[in-house]
Ligand binder design. Structure first.
Ligand code: SF4
Length: 240
């Protein structure tokens, strides 16, 4: 096992097998912390953060409301609990409990139809959605210094994504929170960096799996090759 200094991933097998980890069981019945547990090394970080989250700041409030939504997302049936809310319902409930009405949607051009449906749902829930598409402005990728060879279809016009404009338009419209619908990896980071309002992600872009990237992790049989083959060529072979 590699020494990653912090690797909660290594607790996955024990959680599957026993339903417990040192951090996910009552202290009296919890197993000991494994050597890769980050809390062994960063206990004071957990303590300080817990004190912050017990306070009155915006992070504390959002964390408490998120926990409230987490609880509401299940229903008790006899001796067990069942999940009942989808991510869309969680998002609506979180906005409502935070007292937020104006919702910015930073959408991918390829998901405009889904964004129209999301808009109709948010409006029906008494919220005020606005949406801004990634290709706003229709600026050719060449104008951003993107080489022609990096286009999907080299040799012609191809509109660039503009996540800064998406964020700035949401900022100027005074959105209370922003929702990402299918932005590209990287463009989502730029959007989040420039968004004044807190950002959540409703749809994660995955062109192959119908925007369900965990399918790659659950369907290991088909993607085992990713443990052997590199997605990018090795150093020195890479161009651009
Ligand atoms: S017990 Fe430690 S290593 Fe395991 S999941 Fe919890 S925090 Fe991570």
């Amino acid at each position: 096992m590699a020494d990653h200094q912090s690797s909660c991933a290594n607790c996955g097998a024990s959680l599957l097998k026993t339903g417990k980890t040192a951090c996910y069981a009552p202290p009296e019945s919890a197993p000991p912390r494994p050597p890769h547990c980050p809390v062994l090394r960063y206990g004071e970080v957990v303590e300080d953060a817990s004190q912050s989250l017990a306070g009155d700041g915006p992070d504390a409030r959002m964390t408490r409301v998120a926990a409230q939504v987490e609880g509401m997302g299940y229903e008790r049936c006899g001796g067990s609990v069942r999940a009942r809310w989808t991510r869309v319902e969680d998002t609506i409930a979180f906005a409502g409990l935070m007292g937020w009405r104006k919702i910015g949607i930073a959408t991918c051009i390829g998901l405009l139809d889904e964004t129209a449906k999301l808009t109709a749902i948010l409006e029906a829930q008494g919220l005020e959605p606005i949406s801004v598409c990634c290709k706003n402005g229709g600026v050719d990728k060449a104008a951003l210094g993107i080489p022609d060879a990096h286009k999907i279809r080299p040799g012609g016009f191809e509109a660039a994504c503009n996540p800064i404009a998406q964020a700035e338009i949401c900022n100027r419209l005074g959105t209370d929170m922003n929702v990402i619908v299918g932005l590209c990896v990287g463009h989502d980071m730029v959007f989040t960096r420039h968004s004044r309002a807190p950002v959540t992600t409703l749809v994660v872009k995955d062109r192959v799996t119908g925007h369900n990237p965990v399918a790659v992790l659950n369907g290991q049989h088909y993607y085992r090759r990713l443990r052997r083959e590199r997605v990018l060529p090795g150093e020195g072979e890479r161009s651009g």
